[in-house]
Design a protein around this ligand. Structure first.
Ligand code: A2P
Length: 289
């Protein structure tokens, strides 16, 4: 769990962490503390999740109980759509730090590319990075077109693009663009929100390797060099999801999972709404399927 990849700026990032989307403050405090005590060294939250205070409490509790220091942990948070823009992003960052009870975050991401705003937002992230208040900066949910615009118009290449990614949605074209630019893929919803777990190819491999379906998928990500942040509020799942280093998928079985790609993102959200700077729901994060 402390195995790290080196980002394009030389900063090391753990290969697997805990995601806390759709997790209440109370659950987040508990899951985060338990995850740290069970060896997790990376936590991924966002202002939009509304649980930064719970995550902050969980970090304090977990570090104390595990006898660790802040620098042992890698913490990610993200700019809310409604906070995008240069000055408002700088203010939002300070507020997130306070909520998380931290002096810096390891990785700060633009949560969604709000059209007409994400360039100014990125310039604020560059400023925070140059000041040393964040150790790496990146983006989330940027398609090739918006990523290319960002690369054309700004100075610093993102270290991370965090995308919805799972065996049913493998973003092959986008990954090529990212690879050329040296941007690391981080997968949100690596288990497909649970949906990929019941895929027959995955369950067959689970039987073959005597592992859970989740472990098969997370191991497949690992062998592809993809960083993952599986979410669970159940401690036994949190622990099991991290136990992927005692087996190896054969090349043939990796290829069998590669072949599951359907090239479509989850249908539960309105992708257009998230990029729309005039959609009030997208600005607060209140967009439902
Ligand atoms: P729960 O939090 O109740 O454990 P993703 O990270 O792809 O969005 O997937 C998260 C979903 O998958 C959550 O609903 C989570 O539920 C569930 N989940 C996480 N880990 C496992 C696991 N090992 N086995 C089954 N379901 C899991």
């Amino acid at each position: 769990l402390d195995q790290r990849l080196t980002l394009n700026n030389g900063y090391p990032m753990p290969r697997l962490g805990l995601g806390v989307w759709k997790t209440s403050n109370t659950d987040a405090a508990h899951s985060v503390s338990q995850a740290i005590q069970h060896g997790y060294r990376m936590i991924d939250t966002a202002k939009q999740y509304g649980n930064e205070p719970g995550v902050g409490a969980g970090i304090q509790d977990g570090l104390l109980k595990a006898g660790l220091n802040r620098k042992d942990l890698f913490v990610t948070t993200k700019v809310l759509n409604g906070d995008q823009g240069y000055d408002s992003t700088l203010r939002a960052f300070e507020a997130s730090l306070k909520q998380l009870r931290l002096h810096y975050v390891d990785l700060y991401l633009i949560h969604w590319p709000v059209d007409g705003k994400f360039i100014d937002t990125w310039r604020a992230l560059e400023e925070l990075y140059r000041n040393g208040q964040v150790h790496a900066i990146g983006i989330s949910n940027f398609d090739s077109e918006r990523l290319t615009e960002l690369l054309d118009k700004t100075a610093i290449t993102p270290m991370i693009n965090q995308m919805e990614f799972n065996p049913l949605n493998q973003e092959k074209d986008l990954r090529q663009v990212m690879q050329l630019a040296g941007i690391q893929l981080e997968a949100w919803s690596p288990l497909g929100g649970g949906a990929a777990l019941s895929n027959p190819t995955i369950t067959k491999l689970a039987t073959k390797y005597q592992r859970s379906a989740a472990q098969i998928i997370l191991r497949w990500d690992y062998q592809h060099g993809i960083i993952t942040i599986p979410k669970s509020t159940h401690v036994e799942r949190i622990v099991a999801n991290s136990q992927i280093n005692d087996f190896t998928l054969s090349d043939e079985d990796v290829a069998a999972i590669d072949a599951l790609d359907q090239g479509k993102r989850g249908l539960w959200y309105d992708d257009f709404a998230w990029h729309n700077p005039t959609n009030p729901k997208a600005l607060t994060g209140d967009v439902q399927a």
